[in-house]
Design a protein. Sequence first.
Length: 365
Amino acid sequence: MPETHSRRRAALRSLLQEAELDALLVTDLLNIRYLTGFTGSNAALLVHAGGEEHTVFCTDGRYTTQSSVEVPDLERVMARASDVALAARASGDTAHYGRSGFESQHVNVDQYESLKREFGAVELRRTPGLVEGLRLIKDEQEIDALRCACAAADRALADLIEHGGLRPGRTELEVARDLENRMLEHGSTGKSFDSIVAAGANSAIPHHQPTSAVLATGDLVKLDFGATAGGYHSDMTRMVVLGRPAAWQQEIYELVRRSQAAGSRAVLPGAEVADVDKAAREVIVSAGHGEHFAHGLGHGVGLEVHEAPSLAGTGVGTLSAGMAVTVEPGVYLAGRGGVRIEDTLVVRDAHPELLTLSTKELVVV
């Protein structure tokens, strides 16, 4: 919606003014989508600190019609090399763009040299992470999109189980493709990432890629997958056991479930990200499985499936209301099997809002 994107650009202008910049050249396509609503594959945006009058959007002729619909509220120019065109625009009007920033984290050396030439007399400054900092806090429109993505994944998993999609004799690849197709049937615009389906001993590999391995009775099956809606991603991991679970499977499952609950309870405004990781990790460490939980607890999720903040022992910073994060502890026993349980949550003042609603009971099929 134009009002939403205008409000986001206004927030960015406040940051530009604080940084004593006249403008910012935005070249990352996800940041451009966040600020304008444009979903094409080529664009640049020159945001002026003083207002919309001198803020200019550029894409190429393939997107003339699309950009008129998606970006109706900004001046639009057409050029194949969109970033260069806007740099040239700024160089011809140093009164308005004399001190301009660029997204240095998204620009390689050759691109920088090209931009520097085109900007000419404009003072060019590196300004990494300005838009990403705004994206940390999701507005309600973004959270609605996250809810829709999570709901599509929830419905797809329920559908897969109900119709016998998880059974001995199927391969990991068959299950992954089936699950991804069901997400599309339930409203997803695409998968968040390549789905992880890991059966038996493969479930002990944290980021196992599906293979032709055949599911067998007695296997733990790890399903890590996500849907998308409106450009926003979901991320969820659930466990299924084919047949009656063995005692060791039940034991580590219950341990991870307790850890995941402890980590989720710690997702509160003001919490240090390292402390959230610690809350979940201590449960596993105290049970003697600390060495079997070798990754961070979680990550931010939004226009990217992995974005800031990082919930890890090495993470820096605090949570704020409106952030969307995952909580995904795991215990992995090499050669035997592993368990991970993951939810997508939104940080709220009283307690986190759970977006992935599939049961966290160990599903037996």
